[in-house]
Design a protein around this ligand. Structure first.
Ligand SMILES: C[S@@+](CC[C@H](N)C(=O)[O-])C[C@H]1O[C@@H](n2cnc3c(N)ncnc32)[C@H](O)[C@@H]1O
Length: 321
């Protein structure tokens, strides 16, 4: 079995590039138009353990430097997804997407959705309503972009609904593959009892990134997360046969990323399945249990594909891929 090829600096033959330092350094070595998807949750400048709180103008200048480089390395048919919440100053909230949007539009990106990510857990506010959503700003680099909607359809609310008149009377009215998941996503955030929880205070649920990886990239494409944290984007990308790169400045988080990767490679990492609906106290037994995943190196997948294709051409009745 081939081990996953993990490198610590840019290498176009790697499965996973984990740069243990400032993202601006890694980006210097990445060629133009290289990666199909950039997806990240940047530091929010709210004084988390891993960040120094900057004046908001300096914070935006720093973000602009990284975003400009992300646009340069993004493939012409690629996407950039920036997941953010609120900056809080003296009890007042300032939505970061509002501040960041002008940077993206000045770089001539095309905005496709402002996805609202709704979740159930968080701080209980006493002087305002408790915050229960963040957003994902999705931009494409051009008008011709990868979007695989069928990969991420969700079950219809009324799957048996039929046309009641007209030439299609009696036929099912909804798409049999399911419906468009819309721009409001209800996905639990990673809090203490979530199966994916590590010490990181704000890690992505893997299923959130799976949806973006599946819809905005194809197998073999590159995914970049400039602020990698504990490697959630990497797990989502590798699980679906993409390659991935990113940077993280905190050594402890990089250690956890490596541990999660080893667990996934040996087939022991547990994640919350995409198909699982949010907890419903009225039907607690309906929950799908966590699933255990295994990831493979890209070259191993190619071997597998070549062998099954060969098998198919030598003996078509046996079936292939
Ligand atoms: C919001 S967290 C991302 C968490 C990540 N989505 C996950 O699932 O674990 C932002 C991360 O960016 C890291 N970071 C901050 N500045 C950085 C820089 N200049 N280069 C690389 N990483 C940085 C922080 O240490 C932090 O872990």
């Amino acid at each position: 079995m081939n081990k996953l090829k993990l490198t610590s600096d840019f290498d176009s033959t790697a499965d996973f590039i984990l740069y243990e330092g400032d993202i601006k350094e890694l980006l210097k070595n990445v060629p133009d138009n290289f990666t199909k998807l950039v997806v990240t949750s940047p530091p929010y400048n709210i004084g988390k353990t891993y960040e120094k709180k900057l004046h908001i103008k300096d914070y935006l200048d720093e973000q602009k430097k990284v975003i400009q480089e992300c646009v340069r390395v993004c493939h012409p048919e690629g996407s950039i997804c920036w997941q953010v919440g609120n900056y809080v100053d003296n009890g007042e909230i300032i939505p970061l997407d509002v501040l960041l949007y002008p940077i993206f539009s000045s770089l001539k990106l095309h905005m496709r959705n402002r996805i609202v990510w709704h979740f159930g857990h968080g701080l209980h506010a006493s002087k305002r309503f408790s915050g229960r959503y963040e957003v994902i700003l999705w931009f494409t680099k051009s008008k011709n972009y990868t979007f695989n909607l069928d990969e991420v359809r969700v079950p219809q609310k009324y799957p048996n609904k039929k046309h009641f008149k007209g030439p299609q009377k009696g036929q099912f009215s909804g798409n049999p593959l399911g419906k468009n998941p819309s721009d409001v996503w209800e996905i639990p955030n990673v809090k203490s009892n979530h199966i994916e929880k590590t010490v990181h205070p704000c890690q992505f649920p893997i299923e959130l990134i799976e949806r973006l990886v599946l819809s905005l990239t194809n197998k073999g494409d590159w995914v970049l997360d400039p602020f990698m944290g504990v490697g959630s984007t990497a797990i989502a990308a590798l699980l679906h046969r993409r390659r991935v790169m990113g940077a993280e400045i905190v050594p402890e988080y990089n250690k956890i990323t490596r541990e999660r990767l080893e667990l996934a490679e040996s087939g022991h990492l547990k994640i919350r399945p995409m198909e699982r609906s949010v907890y419903d106290p009225n039907s607690p037994n309906k929950n799908i249990p966590p699933k255990t995943i295994k990831i493979y190196s890209f070259s191993e997948q190619l071997d597998f594909l070549e062998k099954s294709q060969l098998n198919f051409f030598e003996n078509p009745n046996k079936g292939g891929i």
